[in-house]
Ligand binder design. Structure first.
Ligand SMILES: C[S@@+](CC[C@H](N)C(=O)[O-])C[C@H]1O[C@@H](n2cnc3c(N)ncnc32)[C@H](O)[C@@H]1O
Length: 343
């Protein structure tokens, strides 16, 4: 037996192996409304969860204990569990930064594709949809996943949008074009923070239907226009001084990214800025983990990948953009923006 003080501990390997256990525990607790039941000051007991979720007491107890161990619940009075601040803030439906959409999306839509990861690696092709019958993930999205998809995208983006609004100055922006704007999180957040700003969300019809409802719910229908179109085949709306691409380019291969950037160049007003918001892989291609794993996620879901700031910088220069710079921050669906100017 070798001296264990000289060998590294296998504990990090166990943590990686059991990542699936933690993710599924949170997803099933969310699906069984544990975080709706465990609101502060009421909390939930094993017997109450068993009755309300219709599961026997033994698994109800195991679930509550595991959620507490994961930092999602805490024991208040003996036998009663209530949400920790993070669960209360993000896992209760209706909260401004509700994250339950992501939990559902990754668990129901993405996880089966991840279970076929080896196939994705060998075929260099996604596993969550069939490339022989669909042109992309977004083409004819399975109706069963439409609502969770857009709800999940919104949950991912709303916090990121807040970080972008805090790190990038939009004082000199008056007309924003949000290309592939999805559920409109960025338009809502930026218009709220900058009262002088007007925005146009451009996306495929399916997404626009969801976005219209969200924008009207936010009371911003008079400041955010929604335009249906395809950024590969249609001209982008003109007369905008700022273009945003949030989580767009990582869905596509390099030649398609270059086409989208050329489309943006043509549409953008002279003097305007383009902002690429993504989880940027380090130029050294060894991290960070959230960007590198999102890149594998893109293998499972698309023909794209997460790129580096150096790659985006080169493509922007090639298209004609100048004064290219990267601003870093910490968020969920981005860790920075690459910005270029059309002079
Ligand atoms: C990963 S989502 C990002 C949504 C949003 N920008 C965000 O950060 O929340 C990608 C978006 O690109 C849109 N999209 C995909 N293909 C498109 C196309 N050909 N033309 C316009 N939008 C497209 C999708 O409908 C979807 O809303």
């Amino acid at each position: 037996m070798s001296d264990t003080s000289t060998v590294p501990s296998p504990i990090p390997l166990m943590r990686i192996c059991t990542g699936l256990w933690a993710a599924r525990t949170m997803a099933v607790a969310h699906a069984l409304s544990v975080f709706e039941l465990a609101r502060p000051r009421s909390g939930v007991s094993v017997a109450e969860l068993s009755e309300k979720a219709k599961v026997p007491e033994r698994p109800a107890e195991l679930l509550l204990t595991a959620c507490a161990a994961l930092g999602l619940l805490r024991v208040t009075d003996p036998g009663r569990y209530e949400n920790t601040p993070v669960a209360e803030e993000y896992l209760v439906e209706g909260k401004p930064f509700y994250f339950g959409g992501v939990v559902q999306l990754f668990d129901r839509h993405s996880a089966p594709g991840w279970m076929r990861l080896e196939e994705a690696l060998r075929n260099n092709a996604p596993t969550t949809w069939d490339p022989s019958t669909q042109t992309s993930l977004f083409d004819n999205l399975n109706p069963e996943f439409r609502e969770p998809f857009w709800a999940g995208m919104n949950s991912l983006s709303i916090w990121t949008a807040r970080q972008v609004a805090g790190h990038v100055d939009f004082v000199d922006s008056h007309r924003l074009l949000d290309v592939g704007g999805g559920g409109g999180s960025f338009d809502i957040m930026l218009c709220r923070k900058y009262p002088h700003l007007r925005a146009t969300l451009f996306d495929l019809p399916q997404a626009c239907a969801f976005a219209r409802a969200k924008i009207s719910e936010a009371g911003l229908g008079h400041r955010v226009d929604v335009v249906e179109g395809d950024f590969f085949t249609d001209e982008l709306p003109a007369d905008h001084d700022t273009i945003l691409l949030s989580m767009i380019l990582h869905d596509w291969a390099e030649d398609q990214c270059r086409t989208i950037l050329e489309q943006c160049w043509r549409a953008l007003s002279t003097g305007g800025r383009i902002i690429i918001s993504e989880l940027l892989v380090d130029d050294t291609k060894d991290g960070p983990a959230d960007a590198a794993l999102m890149s594998i996620h893109m293998l499972v879901e698309t023909f794209g990948r997460n790129y580096t700031a150096a790659e985006y910088t080169r493509w922007l220069y090639d298209v004609g953009f100048k004064e290219i710079r990267t601003i870093r921050f910490e968020a969920i669906s981005a860790n920075g923006v690459v910005i270029g100017t059309k002079s």
